[in-house]
Design a protein around this ligand. Structure first.
Ligand code: 4NP
Length: 155
């Protein structure tokens, strides 16, 4: 059984959107995959997602309003089969805190979108609302690729 943890910096913009998009994708396909999200930083612990992220998900039929931010912890590296970072800084920070007995497979979110491997999901926090629509499109595209991978090509 697979379990996927999506990780960004604050856990209030990109990773909750990724969690929502991926949950929607696995529900449509009836895949038994556990999902969660977390931040490499603890600034927003226990806060709900950014209102602009909640509104963007809602416009696309996905409710992320009940999610609460938390920081990545060492146990996550054993509890989840896959940990998916939103950008290259988050991935580098994950590798820095990855325990020796970690079993999770680490990747970048856009590695799961054909032709966009190695790219980052840009941080929309300091921009305007349009940035959140771009984030949503990116995480939906990558979620489809990841769900496809986990459904058809288990490794
Ligand atoms: P996220 O966006 O990493 O996509 O959740 C950010 C949220 C908060 C901050 C930075 C990025 N911040 O500096 O507080």
């Amino acid at each position: 059984m697979y379990s996927v943890l999506f990780v960004c910096l604050g856990n209030i913009c990109r990773s909750p959107l990724a969690e929502g998009a991926f949950r929607d994708e696995v529900a449509k396909r009836k895949l038994p995959i556990i999902t969660d999200s977390a931040g490499t930083a603890a600034y927003h612990t226990d806060n709900p997602p950014d209102p602009r992220a909640i509104a963007t998900a809602k416009r696309n039929g996905v409710n992320i309003g009940s999610l609460r931010a938390r920081q990545v912890k060492p146990a996550d590296f054993k509890r989840f089969t896959h940990i998916v970072a939103m950008d290259t800084d988050n991935l580098a920070n994950l590798k820095r805190v990855q325990p020796q007995d970690s079993t999770a497979r680490l990747s970048l979110m856009m590695d799961w979108a054909k032709g966009r491997e190695g790219a980052s999901v840009e941080d929309p926090y300091y921009g305007d609302e349009d940035g959140f629509a771009v984030t949503w499109a990116d995480v939906v595209e990558a979620s489809k690729g990841l769900a496809n991978h986990l459904a058809h090509k288990p490794d």
